[in-house]
Structure formats: structure tokens, C-alpha cells
Design a protein around this ligand. Structure first.
Ligand code: TMP
Length: 211
């Protein structure tokens, strides 16, 4: 097995195609015999999965700050127990969402102070950053179309204006951190997007080799 220490996350609003792309990348890494683990946020540990249930259940009425701390608590547990050990063991870590979701959803979506969010993210990620984040960009209308008929959870029931702000948050990240937070057109075919992702990962690996 080949060992590469790389932390890759995927971001975007519901229906953007993250799940499909993660699955395609998992298959690629398996074919290349590269060791990896695949996680989702919030989740990935017993504690974080419990927090996920609280966060997504429509029974719970939470204010934005409580929501923020619950996402961060789930992240801190997952990072300490699973992500850091995997990176230290030389594995690729794939994560369906990470702290950029907090920046976009709680920062832009719930309008919580962005500097406070950055500080909370830094603490909860134990100072770790993603090597690369793939943002699959789609419009709110395409998201609604792709998820129509699905029963909405607490976060998904936040309304159009909220999601327009979340998109603004993701766009802001792609403009301010273009080397790490890479915007891809979620409207392209899944094969085209997958090829772009593989090309970017390989170019980052080659770049790291010559450094
Ligand atoms: P998922 O449905 O993609 O698994 O993500 C769970 C939901 O939680 C999704 O609506 C996005 C939201 N979320 C936040 O609001 N903040 C965060 O920090 C994370 C990780 C997810």
C-alpha cells in the first residue's frame, strides 16, 4: 500500500454531488493502492454521531450559537480521535464537510461573527487545516431541484435566503483562499468533475515532492 498524508474535504450545498465524488475518489484511491479513510461531518465517532442527531432533528429548536458549539464539539472529537491519528499514520483523510461548512453555514448563513467562527474552527480542528478542499458549486435552484421530494432535516429547512448566504460564504472562501478552497462547477458531468479532482490531487502531490 502507498502512504500519502493528505487531508481532503468536500463542500457545497445539498445536492451538489459531494457524495458521488467522494465515492469516485475512494474507488480511485483503492485502485491506486493508496490508504485512506472516509469520514463525514458532523459524525465519525460515537459522540459526534450523537451530536449529529441533535443538530439535524427538527424536534430541536437551537439558536445559532448553540448550533455553532455543537458542530465544533463534534469536530473536536473527530479530529482528535480519528483525523490526527490517520494523518500521522500516513493515510489520506477524505471528509464530507469540515470547518469551511461552519464558516459558510454559521458565519454567513446564521450571521455569526466571522472572526469568532475562525477562532472556534481553529480550536476544534486542533490547529489542523485541510490540504485541499473541493467546493462543488451549484445554484440554490439546482439544489432544490435535485433534492425535491426528500424529507428535509433541521438544517435543510433553513429557507432560501439562508442558503443564498451560505453560497455567498463558499464563494467568499473560493475567492480568498483559491489554492486550498477550489471551486468546481457542480453542473458538469460527474466524470468531468472526478477527472479535475484527480488532476488537482496529483499536481499537489508532485508539487510537494519537488518542494
Ligand atoms: P450533510 O447533510 O452534508 O451530511 O451535513 C449536515 C448538515 O449540517 C448540512 O445541512 C450542513 C450542515 N453543517 C453546518 O451547518 N455546519 C457545519 O459545520 C457542518 C459540518 C455541517
Amino acid at each position: 500500500m502507498n502512504r500519502i498524508n493528505m487531508f481532503i474535504s468536500f463542500e457545497g450545498i445539498d445536492g451538489c454531488g459531494k457524495t458521488t465524488q467522494i465515492k469516485m475518489l475512494e474507488e480511485y484511491l483503492s485502485r491506486e493502492k493508496i490508504e485512506f479513510i472516509s469520514l463525514r461531518e458532523p459524525g465519525g465517532t460515537e459522540f459526534s454521531e450523537l451530536i449529529r442527531e441533535i443538530l439535524l432533528s427538527k424536534k430541536n429548536k437551537l439558536n445559532g450559537i448553540s448550533e455553532l458549539f455543537l458542530f465544533e464539539a463534534a469536530r473536536s472529537d473527530l479530529t482528535e480521535k480519528v483525523i490526527v491519528p490517520a494523518l500521522e499514520a500516513g493515510k489520506v483523510v477524505l471528509c464530507d464537510r469540515f470547518y469551511d461548512s461552519t464558516f459558510a453555514y454559521q458565519g454567513f448563513g446564521r450571521k455569526i461573527d466571522l472572526e469568532a467562527i475562525k477562532n472556534c474552527n481553529f480550536l476544534a480542528a486542533h490547529g489542523y487545516t485541510t490540504s485541499v478542499t473541493f467546493y462543488l458549486s451549484i445554484s440554490r435552484s439546482l439544489s432544490s431541484e435535485r433534492t425535491s421530494g426528500k424529507e428535509l432535516d433541521r438544517m435543510e429547512s433553513s429557507g432560501n435566503e439562508f442558503f443564498e448566504r451560505v453560497i455567498e460564504g463558499f464563494e467568499f472562501l473560493s475567492e480568498t483562499e483559491p489554492d486550498r478552497f477550489i471551486k468546481l462547477d457542480g453542473g458538469e458531468s460527474k466524470e468531468q468533475i472526478h477527472q479535475r479532482i484527480v488532476d488537482i490531487i496529483n499536481s499537489k502531490l508532485n508539487h510537494d515532492k519537488v518542494k
